[in-house]
Ligand binder design. Structure first.
Ligand SMILES: CC(C)(COP(=O)(O)OP(=O)(O)OC[C@H]1O[C@@H](n2cnc3c(N)ncnc32)[C@H](O)[C@@H]1OP(=O)(O)O)[C@@H](O)C(=O)NCCC(=O)NCCS
Length: 323
């Protein structure tokens, strides 16, 4: 298989790109959404940049076999953050991945220069745990490993354990009345996690209850009955259906405990509740991704029996200096 034509992506490419992502994820997973509607959303999010910042390679058999994309993730402390994605069909001959990466870095450099005053940019990209050649290529292209996202799984036991909550706290399903307070609790809990998404009011629903794969049954929040009047949401857990696996799996998409309530068993209680709910709704496995620098979370998950699935990925970065 080899690439015959290169072109920009359009929204109509969601379906063939989803097929390419499925094929690529089967051999070197980096957590790409493989559903056509998910890919459509990804392309739509690029907005007017879609044509300029994407590259689609069509192979000699007519299939879409390569894809590259630069996404502008906004600016933090005067540094532009650009996410690079390169996906190549495993059957492609030739050095297509090098071509994709060179195109991406060139396009990122243009984006950096066009951003008004030419300023520094940080490029971030993912590489599957088992993709040694991809890792080598990125290092040769000037990227350095920044962190590793572990992919952990836990089989849902027949009889999940029971745990007691500290007094004064109630565990409840996610409730629309607490939507804004839960968003604030989320952003507070993740305040020290540099790579975490901290949604604003506009993007919060898509991150949480309006996510297309949101699982209300497994999601929950922990409310403090009295005292902390500013915000009673002490902890939260949002779960999603994980459609990338054959075994019915629920993904723990985000969970956190606000600082004053940490180390009182709240996260444990929410995960145990999710195990009970998973059991009664037919999910066989819980899955989650956690950065290897997040020691508290790793200790929590390992203590509960989560183990590595082998589908983790590395995040590599490269800095483009200001002119
Ligand atoms: C990770 C986090 C959710 C833990 O919440 P929590 O309610 O404090 O967790 P628990 O009290 O249930 O902790 C259970 C066990 O996990 C381990 N653990 C939790 N926090 C720990 C820490 N800071 N250091 C070491 N071990 C820790 C301990 O083994 C703990 O048991 P112990 O207190 O009896 O020793 C919380 O620190 C947090 O919100 N972090 C920021 C957001 C985040 O990283 N979320 C996870 C993303 S994948």
């Amino acid at each position: 298989m080899k690439i015959l034509n290169w072109m920009s992506a359009t929204l109509d490419d969601a379906e063939p790109l989803a097929a390419l992502f499925r094929r690529a994820e089967a051999s070197a997973p980096v957590g790409l959404d493989q559903r056509p509607e998910g890919v459509h959303l990804r392309l739509a999010t690029l907005g007017p940049d879609l044509a300029r910042h994407t590259l689609v390679g069509v192979a000699d058999d007519g299939t879409v076999a390569a894809y590259a994309e630069v996404a502008d993730m906004g600016e933090v402390d005067g540094v532009r953050r650009l996410r690079l994605t390169a996906v190549a069909h495993p059957d492609l001959r030739g050095d297509v991945r090098t071509e994709l990466h060179r195109w991406l870095v060139e396009r990122a450099e243009q984006l950096r220069r066009n951003g008004g005053t030419a300023r520094a940019a940080v490029l971030g990209t993912r590489c599957a745990e088992n993709d040694e050649a991809g890792h080598r290529l990125l290092v040769e292209e000037g990227f350095t490993p920044a962190r590793h996202e572990r992919d952990l799984v836990l089989a849902v036991p027949e009889s999940p354990p029971t745990v007691a909550l500290p007094p004064g706290l109630v565990l409840e399903p996610v409730d629309a009345r607490y939507e804004e307070l839960t968003r604030l609790a989320h952003n507070e809990a993740y305040a020290d996690s540099p790579a975490a998404v901290r949604p604003d009011q506009r993007t919060w629903p898509q991150h949480a209850v309006a996510h297309p794969r949101f699982l209300p049954g497994l999601s929950c929040m922990l409310l403090a009955e009295e005292g902390r009047a500013d915000n009673p949401v002490a902890a939260f857990l949002f779960a999603l259906a994980d459609e990338g696996t054959d075994e019915p799996t629920a993904l723990l998409h985000c969970l956190g405990t606000r600082q004053p309530w940490r180390r009182h068993g709240l996260a444990t209680a929410m995960i145990v509740r999710a195990l009970h709910q998973a059991r009664s709704s037919g999910y066989r496995r819980l899955r989650l991704q956690v950065s290897d620098t997040n020691h508290p979370a790793l200790a929590l998950y390992r203590g509960l029996g989560f183990t590595e699935s082998g589908r983790g990925h590395a995040v590599l970065m490269r800095r483009l200096a200001a002119d």
